[in-house]
Ligand binder design. Sequence first.
Ligand code: ADP
Ligand code: GLC
Length: 506
Amino acid sequence: MRASPNAGAPTDPKPLRLLLVSPEAVPFAKTGGLADVAGALPRELARLGHEVKLVIPRYGAIDGAVHGFKEWKRLKVSTFSGSVTTIIEQASLPGTAASVLAVRHDPYFGRDGLYQQAGVDYPDNLERFAFFCRAVMELLRALRQVAGWVPDLIHAHDWQTALCPVYLRTLSAAPVGIQRPRSLFTVHNLGYQGIFPASDYPKCGLGPELFTSRTLEFHGSVNLMKGGLVLADFLSTVSPTYSREIQTVELGFGLDGVVAERKDRLAGVVNGIDVEVWNPATDSYLPVRYSAEDLANKPACKTALQREMKLPTVEVPLLGVVSRLVSQKGLDLLADVVPELMALEVQLVLLGAGDPTYEARFQSLQTRYPTKVGLRVGFDEGLAHRIEAGADMFLMPSRYEPCGLNQLYSLRYGTVPIVRRTGGLADTVVSYSPLAVKEGRATGFIFGEATSEALLNTVLLALRVYRDPEEWRSLVLAGMRTDVSWARSARAYEELYRRVLALESK
Ligand code: ADP
Ligand code: GLC
């Protein structure tokens, strides 16, 4: 019997044992939003009373002393070239009962970068992450033997961990009599699939029966993400809209058919943000602090940002951007309209790093408009916070955006987001209309077409609304009062985990 669609997940008060596996997590290692998610979700799940462990690779860039990593156990991991001993190190996730286990094998992870060096992927990435996932299987065995700990569910994130659900089904780490942990595989970005030459396949340690077009083979190559999509017990993405978009040719990156085939086992859960780290009332990166109850200091954040970015401290609308500079983010649409924007009384502040072509393009715009464009190329956590606080509007013209975190930070900081209607942006921003403002629902501006005209028109609309202080204040306050916390999202994951555990195995 199936439960009626409105009945929701069964309410089971029993705490769950959860093993989260991620290639990056704050505060240890970060290249993008996945790290924010993998750092915050275990903490919130632990707060809900679950037993949570997070597994990450022990990268060279992680300072073991700062984070208190200590050797827990040495394990033998079999690889395509023989057995390798790895050290599992353990630390606690700051401010929580959840623990972190790091897989240490310096020849693979003791490097400066996580996945690449100077913009070029490490050539042995398949080997590195196949090893990581094999080590997770050995870790399962060790946790059971040493600590009697068997997770109910393994929650794996993105292509680097996709072999975990595959190995769970094929190598079966569980002995007879113990149920195999269930697996949930979350896609944070289908644009990155972990595709490698077929000649690398033996390094996965899987039999030839899994190298077919039904499983890990993809147009003659190995596709790790595809393995996870096919073999995990359940799939999720980081917003409901994105879970639908990845079933389309436009945004499926060639895997739309594979995803669509599993649509009955696919959910979309919007990310939260760490509302303690991202809190304008306590944020130590800011020169002064403010809140929804007392916005008086927000203008001082703007003036300080203008000074920091060497812009004149004049009262004009300030547009902010913090982004990886890659085509996904649609910043070419913005670059195209900078000349039109600069004819107006506005300033633009951009922080980003990535594709050298985009970096050069914004460098030349900054040289052309030195009193109106402030640019910082690089990764700067503090400046990201100061832009969120000091800007009036935040731009995210993404071509696609699985969830997006910056628009959530913007809402929380009273900086009105201007976003494209895609993925999590569509699910988290309530678009301006005079009625939506009157009802106190509007939190930002949304445009549909991925064109520079559509972006420009929407910025022009936002600039008009900005001139009406009352309407603007309504947008700011509605954003600041939106619940963007992890607490809400973690409850959604808890419900999803219970749903996965209640499934008949397939
Ligand atoms: P994505 O993961 O696709 O890059 P998200 O919006 O989910 O996009 O997350 C991006 C995260 O990385 C945010 O926490 C954002 O503040 C941060 N970030 C991106 N670029 C920079 C940068 N140049 N400096 C500091 N933080 C950055
Ligand atoms: C990916 C996506 C981004 C999402 C993040 C965390 O990097 O590009 O939209 O917010 O993962 O889920």
